[in-house]
Design a protein around this ligand. Structure first.
Ligand SMILES: Cc1ncc(COP(=O)(O)O)c(C=O)c1O
Length: 426
């Protein structure tokens, strides 16, 4: 049972005022708000347990280590993985960089190709651009149609600049035996597009059998039920702060067989087996990829966030978000018909809770600022996906993103206030 009233009570920040108005938080795509149980788990950790992990035999250190292990088990259970395959990083960006360096350095060479899509956040674009440039490999980019959905058959276009060859086209023109990595988003942070992950995986395995598959789950894992085993992928990256957890903790999940073959990303304490002055061996998974003291309190908070999400149920969260997305999209289509806004992105069936738009004749930043005066927090800009936004021939978009604590009443208020925006410039 999805009790929205009760859920909202769990988030203290939703009671705050912004410019004297009750906060309407529509920027969960950037970072989510945190329930009391997460805030309290972290406070309790610092008040009662604080000690470094792995290094002590005394009770508090053992307790700290146990709390990190428990959080890892919660995350592993959420995505259907084995505990040792869950590596704690700082965020999605670091998780993807880990793969691009640690796996990419040894497995990509001249003549190989890496496939990404135009939907990608810069986090899942720049590491691959730089890897391909360095290695003399080709970067292939799956283009989007006018709805922000991935193209299957678009004719390939070649761009070449600063020592990097980029081929832009449809899936069918880009997948072949030269492809060694396919890295794509599970949900676009700009358009909300939900690419058909299972179909894409099946297609990659057929057309590029040697390729590994990385899914950027930053906007996927917080919003739906995900099983890495069922998806048949090799890596999944996501951030705790977008799924009710604190900032500073992210996850890289990788298949054990693949992670075992990769060299460490960062070197130092905690990631070693045996150390001599002349060299070292590496620790077993996951420690091999977790050098130094992690954000222990953050990991504890992330564990509490995952527990909270699981108690509500990822299926229930997904269903509720789809309902409010449909509700908002219908209303916004009404505004578009009136000529007030331009809307971007696919139909509700193929998208999660993100709606990018522009008020006609008004810059996105102005719209966001006017809405802020009414207590509504939305994002404006290129949303760290500059090539995608540019392909819609606009300098910026306003983006509203929803999560489990948002309501139809908030959407009604938002729609009412969008109507006020053009009046300011009249
Ligand atoms: C799809 C996607 N990938 C990656 C990221 C980067 O996440 P982080 O800033 O936590 O590294 C984001 C953040 O907005 C995102 O939406």
């Amino acid at each position: 049972m999805f009790d929205i009233k009760k859920i909202r009570e769990d988030f203290p920040i939703l009671k705050r005022k912004v410019h004297g108005k009750t906060l309407v938080y529509f920027d969960s795509g950037a970072t989510s708000q945190k329930p009391e149980v997460v805030i309290e788990a972290m406070n309790k950790y610092y008040r009662e347990t604080n000690a470094n992990i792995h290094r002590g035999v005394y009770e508090m250190s053992v307790e700290s280590t146990r709390l990190v292990d428990e959080a890892r088990a919660e995350v592993a259970d959420l995505i259907g993985a084995r505990n040792e395959e869950v590596i704690f990083t700082r965020n999605t960006s670091e998780s993807i960089n880990l793969v691009a360096y640690s796996w990419g350095e040894d497995n990509i060479s001249t003549g190989d190709a890496v496939v990404i899509t135009k939907l990608e956040h810069h986090s899942n674009m720049i590491p691959w651009q730089e890897l391909c440039r360095k290695k003399g490999a080709e970067l292939r980019v799956v283009d989007v149609n006018e709805k922000g959905e991935l193209e299957n058959n678009k004719e390939a276009l070649i761009l070449e600049e600063n020592g990097l060859k980029v081929v832009v086209g449809g899936w069918n023109n880009l997948l072949d035996s030269r492809v060694k990595m396919v890295a794509f988003t599970g949900q676009s942070n700009v358009m909300g597009t939900e690419p058909p992950v299972k179909d894409i995986v099946e297609m990659v395995k057929r057309l590029s059998p040697e390729a590994l598959i990385l899914v950027d789950g930053a906007q996927m894992v917080p919003h739906m039920s995900v099983s890495v085993a069922k998806l048949g992928i090799d890596f999944l990256a996501f951030s705790g702060h977008k799924m009710l957890g604190p900032t500073g903790v992210g996850v890289l999940w990788g298949k054990k067989e693949v992670l075992n073959k990769m060299k460490p990303f960062l070197m130092g304490g905690d990631m070693i087996g045996e150390v001599k002055l002349t060299g070292a061996t590496w620790a077993e998974l996951p420690n091999k990829f977790e050098a130094g003291t992690p954000d222990i309190a953050g990991i504890v908070g992330m564990g509490a966030a995952v527990k909270y999400l699981k108690a509500i149920g990822m299926e229930n969260i997904h269903e509720y978000e789809k309902e409010i997305l449909k509700y908002a999209l219908e209303k916004m289509k009404g505004l578009e018909k009136e000529g007030l806004i331009n809307l971007y992105g696919p139909e509700a069936e193929n998208r999660g809770g993100a709606i990018p738009f522009n008020v006609v004749g008004v810059h996105a930043h102005d719209t966001a600022q006017i809405l802020d005066n009414y207590g509504i927090a939305v994002r404006s800009g290129h949303h760290c996906a500059a090539p995608l936004v540019a392909s819609f021939n606009v300098p910026a978009m306003v983006r509203a993103t929803f999560y489990l604590y948002n309501t139809r009443e908030e959407i009604d208020y938002f729609i009412e206030k969008i109507r006020e925006v053009p009046k300011v410039f009249a």
